[in-house]
Write a protein of this length. Structure first.
Length: 195
């Protein structure tokens, strides 16, 4: 009889814990729908209004001017791209760069879509849950979220600059080898076509 009672009690406890996971998930979802979703909609609307007020042509001119300097290219341009165009449209700002610098810009921009979330969640709303998870832990500890957001942004800017420099150096080193390989492939195709 004790075995039956312990099995029954264990099954009931398992069922309670199992449904508890989904109840907690539901509460979290409701919190997001009533908290972060309206915030994101308002931020997206505000940034789109700002872009319309400034004018897309002016933003494009600023982006084009920022390609001339290495600091502007791998700090300012990714920031502006992610802030104004959000993820994934931000990567289109690479169109202002020469081909050899496009991989490094992409690396910088794609690395910045998370660090900007703390201060500007509109930039990558699909990934806000990553930051929200980190923020929940910080909030549980009773620490302010503003400090986390600013540090996350500053570290992100340092990281994207380093990644831009490293990726540009790698691209520069690999570019001649790639060009030679393309010439060899083109030459082999011509030889085969002539036969």
């Amino acid at each position: 009889m004790d075995i039956v009672n312990s099995i029954t009690h264990g099954a009931a406890e398992f069922a309670t814990n199992f449904i508890g996971v989904f109840q907690t998930g539901g509460k979290t979802f409701v919190g997001l729908v009533t908290g972060i979703v309206p915030l994101l909609i308002v931020l997206l609307t505000a940034v789109n209004a700002l872009v319309r007020l400034i004018g897309p042509e002016r933003i494009d001119r600023v982006a084009q001017a920022s390609t001339r300097n290495i600091f502007l290219r791998y700090i300012v341009l990714p920031f502006l791209a992610v802030f104004f165009l959000t993820n994934p449209m931000a990567y289109t700002m690479g169109r202002f760069l020469p081909e050899k610098q496009k991989p490094a810009f992409y690396d910088s921009a794609v690395s910045f879509v998370h660090p900007i979330l703390g201060l500007f969640p509109h930039a990558n709303p699909g990934e806000i849950f990553v930051y929200a998870g980190i923020a929940a832990g910080i909030t549980t500890l009773g620490l302010p979220l503003g400090d986390l957001a600013v540090r996350y942004l500053v570290v992100g800017l340092v990281v994207i600059f380093i990644r831009g420099l490293v990726t540009e150096a790698i691209t520069r080193a690999m570019w001649p080898a790639e060009a030679k390989a393309e010439v060899a492939v083109a030459g082999a195709g011509t030889t085969a076509g002539e036969e």
